[in-house]
Structures are given as structure tokens and as C-alpha cells.
Design a protein around this ligand. Structure first.
Ligand code: NDP
Length: 327
């Protein structure tokens, strides 16, 4: 029996967590032979609902779940955590400016960064889902003294999965034939789904999709606006697909990336591709055999892509400037 991995999930009574926790507990994320300790963090008013989620987890009798702790104390939740999946954040309300949202969540992620640094395991990795996830991750990273920058991630995998699905649909092929789909920049409407370097059956997407107007226009806006389209259709934000993307991200960061491919996740920029070092920006990433990761180097960036990447990076720089007092 392997040693259990301790996984902390914040916002554990929310709708993404309601899907995510059961996938983690079933072994979808770290494998069917990997036991887990679940540490579930919520704010005090949500503890009653969280206890209901715990009852349901118990009622699944998952063989891989070693133990479960539900708490509203961050220090208890992050104790010995190997993975911190930060889903909880305060949603944007009508009339609220992005700057207000950044500042409200900023305070939350300062506290969580400090608590992670003080309590988590030495090998901790921190993965932010709660929006604005790139900047929340930046704030947590800056406040987690002693935890290396390469342990912080923010989620853009749902955007990657959405982009692959759109390309597959347009080309009339199964989604598994679409690879090398990089999302650049911010998890927001400025993100750039890079079809210029994506492949279908190992060949450029333009071999199967000749509609350049669609690639340069509707494809990108469909991916950028997909979250809003789901809210319009369902009356609720995407949750199961967001949870699935979180599972995909942690799995992709835990196991070597298949030869020749990459996956998308926001990491601390090292200046690659001229993107300012130190911001949490989505790149094409490969996970190596030893468990470390690297930004894929040397991809051709044409003038079209450069413009799109610059726009989304500029938004990240604006977000960083808006929270500069707490970094
Ligand atoms: P969800 O579980 O639906 O969403 C949680 C976060 O994930 C939000 O920031 C949301 O951003 C983001 N998110 C949603 N969809 C996506 C997506 N498709 N891709 C990437 N990110 C996405 O929210 P709920 O309101 O149901 O639950 C939030 C929970 O967090 C509540 O139970 C609340 O009590 C809790 N909370 C916990 C805290 C803590 O543990 N300390 C602190 C604050 C809140 P967006 O709003 O933009 O959709």
C-alpha cells in the first residue's frame, strides 16, 4: 500500500468541489493505487453544507480514502498537505469592479499563502482554480515564504479542453486526435488558444481546417466566451467540466507528458517568449520523468500569435499592478 497523499481542497462545499472531491476520492486524479487524505476547507457559514458533502463521501465507501478532515481553520486544512487545490474564492457580484474582486480575494490568498508556508508538507504544490486564478496564485506565491515559485499553478486546462473540442468538431475528428493545444496568458476572455502550434494527427490543424477566418475569429472567441455560454444555457457556471480540468491538470503535473505533446497550465514566468518574468502566465508545459516541469521552448510565434499573447500578458500586468500593495 502506498503512503497516502494529503490533498487540501478549499471552497469544498461549492459546486466545483461537489464534482471534484468524488473524482479525487475515486482515484481519477492520482491513480487507482494511490490512497488520499482529504482536507476540506470552508468558511464558517458553509460548514453545515460541507458536513453534508462529507457524509456523501463516507457513503461512497471509497477504498482509496484514508481519512477526511472538514474544517474552517486554514492551518488545520493545510497541515502536511502535498497538494493544495484552491477552489474557494469570492464571486464577482453585480456592480463590482475587477479591481474590487482582486482586492477582496487578495486578502484571502495572502492568508492562505502564509498558512501553506507554515503548515504544508515540504513538497507542497499549490494549484489555484478560484478566479481571478492567475493573480490569486501570484498573491499566494508571494506570501508563501520558503515555498519555491515553481510549486504554484493556476488553471487553464478547461480552456485547453474546450479548444481541442472545438477544433475536433470543426475538423470532424475525434477529440483524442487533437494534441499540442497551448493556452497562453490569463484565464479570462483575453486568453489565447494557440491553433497555430496545435496538431491533428500530428499535422498542422490547417491541413484539415482551411477556414482561416474561423480559426482567427470564431474559434478563439468561442473558447474565450465558453464560460458565459454555459451560464446562459444552464443558469449556473461550469462546474463538472471545471472539476474535470482540475483533475486533468494535477494528473498531467504528476505523470510524464506523452512524447511530443504538452499541456496548458499557468506557471511563474521565467521570461520565456518575452513574457515578463514573475507573473503567473499560462504556457505550454511538459512534465518530466523526475516530476519537475518545463516550459516548452522554441515554438514559432507568428505576428498574429504575438499580438494575442501580448494582449493577454498586458492584462496580467494590469492585474498585478492593481494588487501591487499586497505583493
Ligand atoms: P464554484 O465552485 O462554482 O467556483 C469556485 C471558483 O472557481 C470561483 O472563483 C469560480 O470563478 C471558479 N471557476 C468557476 N468556473 C470555472 C471555470 N470554468 N474555470 C476556472 N475557474 C472556474 O463556486 P461556488 O460559489 O459554488 O463555491 C465556492 C465556495 O467557496 C463556496 O462554498 C464558498 O463558501 C467557498 N469559499 C471558501 C473559502 C475558503 O475555503 N477559505 C473562501 C471563499 C469562499 P467565477 O466566480 O469567475 O466563476
Amino acid at each position: 500500500m502506498k503512503t497516502p497523499v494529503t490533498i487540501t481542497v478549499t471552497g469544498a462545499a461549492g459546486q466545483i468541489a461537489y464534482s471534484l472531491l468524488f473524482r479525487i476520492a475515486s482515484g481519477s486524479m492520482l491513480g487507482c493505487d494511490q490512497p488520499v487524505n482529504l482536507r476540506l476547507l470552508e468558511i464558517e457559514p458553509a460548514m453545515k453544507a460541507l458536513n453534508g458533502v462529507v457524509m456523501e463521501l463516507q457513503d461512497c465507501a471509497f477504498p482509496l480514502v484514508n481519512d477526511i478532515v472538514a474544517t474552517c481553520d486554514p492551518d488545520e486544512a493545510f497541515k502536511d498537505a502535498n497538494w493544495c487545490i484552491l477552489v474557494g474564492s469570492v464571486p464577482r457580484k453585480a456592480g463590482m469592479e475587477r479591481k474590487d474582486l482582486l482586492s477582496i480575494n487578495g486578502k484571502l490568498f495572502i492568508g492562505q499563502g502564509k498558512s501553506i508556508a507554515a503548515n504544508a508538507a515540504k513538497d507542497v504544490r499549490v494549484f489555484v482554480v478560484g478566479n481571478p486564478c492567475n493573480t490569486n496564485a501570484l498573491i499566494a506565491m508571494k506570501n508563501a515564504a520558503g515555498v519555491p515559485n515553481d510549486r504554484f499553478f493556476a488553471m487553464t486546462r478547461l480552456d485547453e479542453n474546450r479548444a481541442k473540442s472545438q477544433l475536433a468538431d470543426k475538423a470532424g475528428v475525434h477529440v483524442s486526435r487533437v494534441t499540442n493545444m497551448a493556452i497562453w496568458g490569463n484565464h479570462s476572455a483575453t486568453q489565447y488558444p494557440d491553433w497555430t502550434n496545435a496538431k491533428i494527427d500530428g499535422k498542422p490543424v490547417t491541413d484539415l481546417i482551411s477556414d482561416m477566418d474561423w480559426l482567427k475569429g470564431e474559434f478563439i472567441t468561442t473558447v474565450q466566451q465558453r464560460g458565459a455560454a454555459i451560464i446562459a444555457a444552464r443558469g449556473l457556471s461550469s462546474a463538472a467540466s471545471a472539476a474535470n480540468a482540475a483533475v486533468d491538470t494535477v494528473r498531467s503535473l504528476s505523470f510524464p507528458t506523452p512524447e511530443g505533446d504538452w499541456h496548458s497550465v499557468a506557471v511563474c514566468s521565467d521570461g520565456s517568449y518575452g513574457i515578463e518574468a514573475g507573473i503567473i502566465c499560462s504556457f505550454p508545459i511538459r512534465t518530466k520523468e523526475d516530476g519537475s516541469w518545463e516550459i516548452v521552448q522554441g515554438l514559432p510565434i507568428d505576428a498574429f500569435s504575438r499580438e494575442k499573447i501580448d494582449a493577454t500578458v498586458n492584462e496580467l500586468l494590469e492585474e498585478k499592478a492593481a494588487v501591487s500593495d499586497i505583493l
